[in-house]
Design a protein around this ligand. Structure first.
Ligand code: DON
Length: 587
């Protein structure tokens, strides 16, 4: 591909934003700030803006829900420059790789669910195990798990997918030039951004785990609330990717830096990187309440789980009739549905390219009606209906994944969730590259027992670990009606389910649907309901749940949902009040 230099990539922004200045006063202020950051050394001719003819707008406006203000500003600028939802999404992902180093990433992976020109798509850019990875690589001679090995340091790192995912999405559907969508991220890496106090809190917690084991402090010791964080090596990496294309990360100088970082410590080779390709998969689709749900297929467990929850909840409507939202009997019914979802998840889901997953059976109406019929309204929860394995079911909540939703005025939509997995991933920063690497290997079953429940998600060369990430779209008559997603590990699907049912069963507004109390339950630990500081369980509710046989626990985090509902032709974005997100309508 022929590409202009990094300096040249500033030019298209200059022109697009200059015309935006004419458009309206507000935009003029934003554009001026942007130009101040970008208009230096403009030298090369402008690349053509549009790859495809622009259809008539289908919506009143574009909209976004972003986890921080920098990624929101980026999307706004991309729209001002004539980009579509895919351009905005890719630009947001690269920006978050700079401004949310705990979660946004180049060195991780994720999933993107898209609606483009009325057709749904799903892009799997999940990390893969290196070719040298083995089933027992985290066990010692006695077969015991070596503590921390799959979480911290080089051996926890799986082959990253984010850059190829963004490259493929933007090349297939974007309207702007590739280097234009990288420009905002390069700006934030070069000139810096102001650190949010919550980001420093997460850094401080993570740094304790990495202390003495990785090079994390060499890069992030100066991440302090209120200070400006500049990341010059990351800016150079982004500049190389901008000028040479997404494969630079896998085959160019950046790939060499990753392999050098791994040398003697980790498993990733040049071959692992050059062989990595994000995969376009058929999204899961199901009918629910007159909508078409478009969601994540395996290796995500989230789409299957979400469809199971929605359908079982609908099957059990007579039992839910008259129950108040989040009352004790309501939670009891949902918890029993969740037992069944997590039992199936544990046993039946893995990398679909390694072994087939029975998606049709697991989301089949008759199967789910039969599972729903096992739920007993009047009883405390039964023991697990499908025996779970011992791994992963009671995973601690983490905040280090992030989600954004974006819709353009042409009716295209992107719901994107991506992750480093744990707190700032493995804590390993690529020397010279300035970006963190994931610890996604920990999403595999680390200690297989040989029981069916632990087999599908064991480690094997090139395999993808299962995930809970569930970027989801809802369509009404083929048009976008909702884009939604959240971080939260296994809480992702229960959170999205709750917000969707708040919206469509209880008719709450988007803001109220997000602000409502949330709880989490999964098969293990049995009979445990988790609440969160944002909206703790009222004492009376906790007492009632205990009387029903549940243990009530507090967790520190239950999601950071970014969603956009479309009411007719009007987008209504909403950001979770639990986080630092920004919701914006862009006319
Ligand atoms: O893919 C997964 O399901 C996990 N690696 C996601 C971790 C996560 O969401 C943590 N954050 N909130």
């Amino acid at each position: 591909m022929s590409v202009p230099t990094y300096d040249a990539l500033r030019a298209p922004f200059a022109r697009a934003l200059a015309s935006a200045r004419v458009a309206c006063r507000t935009r003029r202020v934003l554009a001026s700030a942007w130009l101040a950051a970008f208009v230096v050394n403009v030298a090369a001719p402008l690349p053509a803006a549009a790859k495809t003819p622009t259809p008539k707008p289908a919506l009143d406006a574009s909209a976004l829900a972003a986890p921080d203000r920098y990624s929101a500003d980026t999307a706004q600028q991309i729209f001002a420059a004539g980009g579509n939802a895919v351009d905005a999404a890719v630009a947001m992902a690269f920006t978050l790789a700079v401004t949310r180093p705990d979660a946004g990433n180049l060195g991780g992976g994720g999933f993107m669910t898209l609606l483009v020109d009325g057709k749904p798509y799903f892009l799997d850019y999940r990390e893969r195990a290196p070719q040298q990875a083995t089933r027992d690589m985290y066990l010692d001679d006695k077969g015991n798990v070596v503590p921390g090995m799959s979480i911290v340091g080089h051996r926890a790192v799986a082959v990253p997918g984010t850059v190829d995912g963004m490259w493929q999405a933007q090349r297939r559907f974007g309207k702007l030039k590739w280097n234009q969508v990288l420009a905002p991220a390069i700006h934030y890496a070069t000139d810096g951004f102001q650190v949010d106090p919550r980001l420093q809190q997460r850094r401080d917690a993570a740094a304790k785990n990495f202390s003495g084991k990785t090079n994390f402090d060499a890069y992030f010791a100066n991440l302090k609330a209120g200070a400006t964080l500049r990341q010059p090596e990351l800016a150079q990496t982004l500049g190389r990717i901008a000028s040479d294309g997404g494969r630079e990360f896998y085959e160019g100088r950046t790939a060499g830096m990753i392999v050098a970082q791994m040398y003697g410590h980790g498993l990733i080779t040049n071959r692992d990187l050059s062989q990595y390709k994000a995969v376009w998969r058929e999204p899961l689709a199901a009918d629910w309440h007159g909508y078409r749900v478009i969601t994540a297929p395996p290796p995500s467990s989230g789409g299957i789980g979400l469809i199971q929850m929605l359908k079982m909840r609908a099957d059990l409507q007579p039992a839910f009739e008259g129950l108040a939202l989040n009352s004790a009997p309501y939670i009891q019914l949902i918890a029993q549905i969740e037992d069944r979802v997590f039992a199936d998840r544990q046993r039946y889901i893995g990398d679909p390219d390694a072994a087939p997953v029975s998606v049709a059976k697991l989301t089949d109406d008759a199967y789910l009606a039969q599972r729903a019929a096992e739920v007993k309204v009047e009883e405390a929860p039964a023991a697990a209906p499908v025996t779970p394995g011992s791994d992963g079911a009671a995973a601690a909540e983490k905040a280090q994944t992030t989600h954004f939703s974006v819709i353009d005025k042409w009716g295209n939509a992107v719901s994107n969730t991506y992750t480093l997995n744990g707190d700032f991933g493995s804590g390993v920063v690529v020397d010279g590259g300035g970006f963190l690497l994931n610890d996604a290997m920990d999403d595999f079953v680390i200690k297989p027992t040989g029981a069916a429940d632990t087999e599908l998600n064991t480690i094997g060369p090139g395999r993808r670990p299962i995930s809970s990430m569930t970027p989801t779209l809802l369509l009404k008559d083929g048009k976008i009606a909702l884009a939604i997603g959240t971080p939260g590990g296994s809480r992702i699907l229960t959170t999205i389910f709750q917000v969707m049912t708040n919206l469509y069963d209880f008719n709450l507004s988007p803001t109220d649907a997000l602000a409502a109390m949330r709880f989490h339950h999964q098969l293990l630990p049995q009979k445990t309901i988790y609440f969160e500081p944002y909206h703790p369980a009222p004492e009376e509710l906790a007492t009632q749940l205990k009387a029903l046989g549940y243990t009530v626990e507090q967790q520190s985090f239950n999601g950071d949902v970014q969603m956009i509902r479309v009411d007719g032709t009007t987008p209504e974005p909403a950001s979770d009040p639990r986080g630092a997100g920004v919701a914006r309508v862009i006319r």
